[in-house]
Design a protein around this ligand. Structure first.
Ligand code: F6P
Length: 358
C-alpha cells in the first residue's frame, strides 16, 4: 500500500502555487506516494469531515500550472493557536487540528507558505509529532535562506509593467507618478521593480527618507529638462511622522496601505508638480505565473517530495545558487529577510542615479 503525503497552501496566495502543487504530485507519484490536498489551508482541517481531496497527476494534465491563485484555496487569518471564534473570543484549537491531520492517515505534510505560516505549521508539527516539509512562497520575498520565494518574480513583473504603463502618461501630463506596491515589512518588490521599471525614487522601509530629499531629486530632474518623475514606494514605508499607514478592515484586521496617498500631496507641495498616486494592491498576487516562478515552483516542489521520500523533515526547500537545496526551517524563519541597505541592488540603484530619499 502506498504511503500518503498531505499538502496545503497557507497564507496569502501568489502566482506559482499550482505549479508547486503539480510538481509535488508528479514527483510523489513517481516515488510511489499518494497525495492528499487539504483545502483552504489549516482551516480545511476544522471541517467535519476535513476538506481534503486526492490529487493525481491526471488532475494537472491541462492548464493548472499556468493558473494564478491556488486550486486548494488558502487562508491568512485563522491562526489555530489564536483562533477567532464567532462570539469574538480567541481559542487555542491546535489540538483539534493536530487530531484532524493525524486522522487523515498521512505520513508527512508539505506546507506551501511564508514565514507566518511556517511558524504556525512548525509549531503544530512539533506539538503533534507530524513530519513536516515547507516550500517557501510569498510575493514579499522575506523568507530567509532562499534567494527567492515563489510568487516574487510575478509580483515584480506586474509592478514593473505598472511603471512601464505609468511612464508615458506621466510624460504626457508633466506629472509625478507615485506607485505603491506590497511587500509587507520588506522593500524587495519596490527595489527590484524600481530598478527594472526606471523609477527615479525608490522608497523602502529599510532606508529612511525625507520629503526634502525626494523634492530635491525631482527638482533636479526638472532642471535637467525632464518633465515627469516616477516614484515607487513600499506599503510599509512610514510617514515622515514615523507612523506606518494602515487600513483597518471590518472586524478590526489591519494591513499596510495608504502611504502613496499620504505622500502624494506632500510631494506635490514640496515640488510644485502635479502628482498622482496608483495603488497596485492584490493585482501583484494574481495572474499567470512568470516562467521564473513556474521553474522555481517546479524545482522546489520536486525537491520537497524527494525530502519526504528520504525521510528528511523539519526542513524547508530553498533556491540557492541556481539549485534546489534544503535548509532548517527554523533558521529560515528566524529573521525577516529584508532589503540590505548596503546590498548589491541598492548600490546598483544608486549607481543609476536613483534616489532613496535619503
Ligand atoms: O504577504 C503577502 C501580502 O500580499 C503582503 O504584501 C500584503 O501586505 C498582505 O499580504 C495583504 O494581505 P491580505 O491579502 O490579507 O489583504
Amino acid at each position: 500500500m502506498s504511503k500518503t503525503i498531505g499538502i496545503l497552501t497557507s497564507g496569502g496566495d501568489c502566482a506559482g502555487l499550482n505549479a508547486a502543487i503539480r510538481a509535488v504530485v508528479f514527483r510523489a507519484h513517481q516515488l510511489g506516494w499518494k497525495v492528499l490536498g487539504i483545502e483552504t489551508g489549516t482551516a480545511g482541517l476544522f471541517d467535519s469531515p476535513p476538506k481534503v481531496r486526492e490529487l493525481k497527476p491526471k488532475d494537472f494534465s491541462g492548464n493548472v500550472m499556468r493558473l494564478g491563485g491556488t486550486i486548494l484555496g488558502t487562508t491568512n487569518n485563522r491562526n489555530p493557536f489564536e483562533y477567532p471564534m464567532d462570539d469574538g473570543s480567541v481559542k487555542d484549537r491546535s489540538e483539534e487540528l493536530i487530531a484532524a491531520a493525524k486522522g487523515l492517515g498521512i505520513e508527512a505534510l508539505i506546507g506551501v507558505g511564508g514565514d507566518g505560516s511556517f511558524d504556525i505549521l512548525t509549531r503544530l508539527a512539533t506539538q503533534g509529532g507530524i513530519n513536516f516539509v515547507g516550500i517557501p512562497k510569498t510575493i514579499d520575498n522575506d523568507v530567509g535562506l532562499t534567494d527567492v520565494s515563489i510568487g516574487f518574480d510575478t509580483a515584480v513583473a506586474v509592478a514593473t509593467e505598472a511603471l512601464d504603463r505609468l511612464q508615458p502618461t506621466a510624460a504626457s501630463h508633466d506629472r509625478v507618478m507615485i506607485l505603491e506596491v506590497m511587500g509587507r515589512d520588506a522593500g524587495h518588490i519596490a527595489l527590484t521593480a524600481g530598478i527594472a521599471g526606471g523609477a527615479d525614487v525608490i522608497l523602502v522601509p529599510e532606508v529612511s527618507y525625507t520629503i526634502e530629499k525626494i523634492a530635491e531629486k525631482i527638482k533636479s530632474l526638472k532642471t535637467s529638462g525632464r518633465n515627469f518623475a516616477l516614484i515607487i514606494v513600499s506599503e510599509a514605508v512610514k510617514g515622515p511622522d514615523g507612523e506606518a499607514r494602515e487600513v483597518v478592515f471590518h472586524g478590526g484586521e489591519t494591513r499596510y496601505g495608504g502611504i502613496g496617498h499620504y505622500l502624494g500631496p506632500k510631494i506635490a507641495e514640496a515640488t510644485g508638480s502635479e502628482t498622482r498616486v496608483t495603488v497596485l494592491g492584490h493585482v501583484q498576487r494574481g495572474g499567470s505565473p512568470t516562467y521564473n516562478d513556474r521553474l522555481l515552483a517546479s524545482a522546489l516542489g520536486v525537491k520537497a517530495a524527494e525530502l519526504v521520500n528520504d525521510g528528511k523533515f523539519g526542513r524547508m526547500v530553498a533556491w540557492q545558487n541556481r539549485q534546489a537545496v534544503d535548509v532548517s526551517i527554523a533558521d529560515a524563519i528566524k529573521d525577516c529577510h529584508t532589503v540590505e541597505p548596503q546590498g548589491a541592488l541598492v548600490k546598483t540603484a544608486r549607481a543609476l542615479g536613483i534616489s532613496f530619499g535619503d
